[in-house]
Design a protein around this ligand. Structure first.
Ligand code: 173
Length: 319
C-alpha cells in the first residue's frame, strides 16, 4: 500500500477506535469568571471529570475573557467551542427565540413533561446548531435595581443597563436603555452612565454592584434562565455512552435547581443587610408592572418569530 492508502485505512477505522477513547469537550461561560454561576459550574465540571475518567472530560476554557459574553452563542453554533453555560439573552444574535426562555412560567422539570422542552430542543437544533442540554438556573426572578426612586410603574427619565431580557419591558415603561455585558455593569454604575440595571434576585454581590445600588423594585418578573448548550456536531461525535453520561450529569445538576430558592432567600436578606431599600409596587401597580412585563416580552418575541413565538407562548405559560 502507498502511504496515502495506509492513512485512509487508518482514518476509516477511526470511529471505532475513537469510541473507546476519552472525549474532551471545551466549555466556556458567558458569565464572568468570578460569578457564583461559574463557581457552581466549575464544581460540577470537577465532579464530571472525576466520574468521567476514561470516558468524557470537560475542559473549562474560561469566561468572557476567553469568549466575550455576546459571542458565546456563535462560538457554540460554529464549534469554536463545544459547550457553554449561557443565557438565551446573550445569543439573540444567533436566533432571536433564545430570549424566550426567560418567559417560562413552570419549572424545567415540568417543561420536560409538557412538550416545552422538546420544542426548545427542536428550535435550538434547527436555528442554533445546538443541543439544549439542561437548564441549571431557575427560581430566580429578575428585578429592577435603581439609584433613583420611583413610586409607580413609570421609568420615564431613567437610563437603565439592559440585556435583551429587559429591553421590551423597560422601554414599554418609558426608560432609555443601554445594553452591556455583566462585566461592564460596575463601571457604568460608577460613572453614573446608568441610573439602574436589570438582574436576577441573586448575584449582585459577585461583582460588587451592591456598593452602587440604592433600591430594588419588587415584585420580580420572569425567571432567570441559565443553561448548558452543546454544539450539535460535537454532540454527534460522542459515542452513545458518552452522550448518556453527559446527559445524566447535566440532569443531576438540573435536578438540584431547588437550591436557587434558598439562594434567592439568602440574597434577599443579604441585600437588606447591605442597606438596599425595597420599593414595593403593590395592588394594581404591581399587576400593571407584571402584566406589562409579560405582554411586552411576548410581543417582542412574537414580532421577531411569528411562527415559533406563539407556540412557545402556549407551551411556556401557566393556564
Ligand atoms: O442581566 C443579564 O445580564 C441577563 O440577561 C441575565 C440572564 C440570566 C441570568 C442573569 C443575568
Amino acid at each position: 500500500m502507498r502511504p496515502f492508502a495506509l492513512i485512509a485505512a487508518a482514518a476509516a477505522a477511526l470511529p471505532l477506535a475513537a469510541a473507546a477513547q476519552t472525549a474532551t469537550l471545551r466549555i466556556v461561560s458567558a458569565f464572568p469568571e468570578n460569578s457564583f454561576y461559574v463557581t457552581r459550574l466549575t464544581t460540577w465540571i470537577q465532579q464530571v471529570n472525576d466520574e468521567g475518567k476514561g470516558l468524557l472530560q470537560l475542559n473549562f476554557i474560561g469566561g468572557p475573557k476567553a469568549i466575550p459574553t455576546f459571542e458565546v452563542g456563535n462560538a457554540v453554533r460554529t464549534g469554536v467551542v463545544d459547550m457553554a453555560m449561557s443565557t438565551g439573552a446573550f445569543y439573540t444574535n444567533v436566533f432571536p427565540e433564545s430570549d424566550a426562555l426567560k418567559l417560562t412560567q413552570m419549572p424545567v422539570a415540568e417543561q420536560r413533561r409538557n412538550g416545552a422542552f422538546d420544542y426548545i430542543q427542536k428550535v435550538w437544533a434547527e436555528k442554533g446548531n445546538m443541543v439544549y442540554l439542561a437548564r441549571i438556573v431557575e427560581h430566580q426572578p429578575f428585578h429592577l435595581y435603581l439609584n433613583k426612586p420611583i413610586d409607580k410603574p413609570d421609568l420615564k427619565g431613567l437610563k437603565l443597563r439592559i440585556t435583551p431580557v429587559y429591553r421590551d419591558f423597560f422601554t414599554a415603561l418609558g426608560a432609555t436603555v443601554m445594553q452591556t455585558a455583566p462585566g461592564e455593569v460596575y463601571t457604568a454604575l460608577e460613572r453614573g452612565v446608568v441610573d439602574g440595571y436589570g438582574w436576577p434576585i441573586g448575584g449582585i454581590f459577585d461583582l460588587n454592584w451592591h456598593e452602587r445600588t440604592k433600591f430594588r423594585v419588587d415584585p420580580g418578573f420572569y425567571d432567570a434562565e441559565v443553561s448548558l448548550i452543546v454544539n450539535q456536531d460535537a454532540w454527534k461525535r460522542l459515542s452513545p455512552k458518552q452522550r448518556e453520561f453527559l446527559t445524566a450529569r447535566a440532569l443531576s445538576l438540573e435536578s438540584r435547581n431547588d437550591y436557587w430558592k434558598v439562594y434567592a432567600q439568602q440574597e434577599t436578606e443579604r441585600q437588606a443587610k447591605a442597606g438596599i431599600q425595597v420599593i414595593r409596587l403593590e395592588g394594581a401597580s404591581a399587576k400593571q408592572y407584571i402584566d406589562t412585563a409579560y405582554e411586552s416580552g411576548w410581543a417582542g418575541i412574537i414580532k421577531v418569530s411569528p411562527v415559533h413565538g406563539p407556540k412557545m407562548r402556549e407551551l411556556f405559560s401557566r393556564r
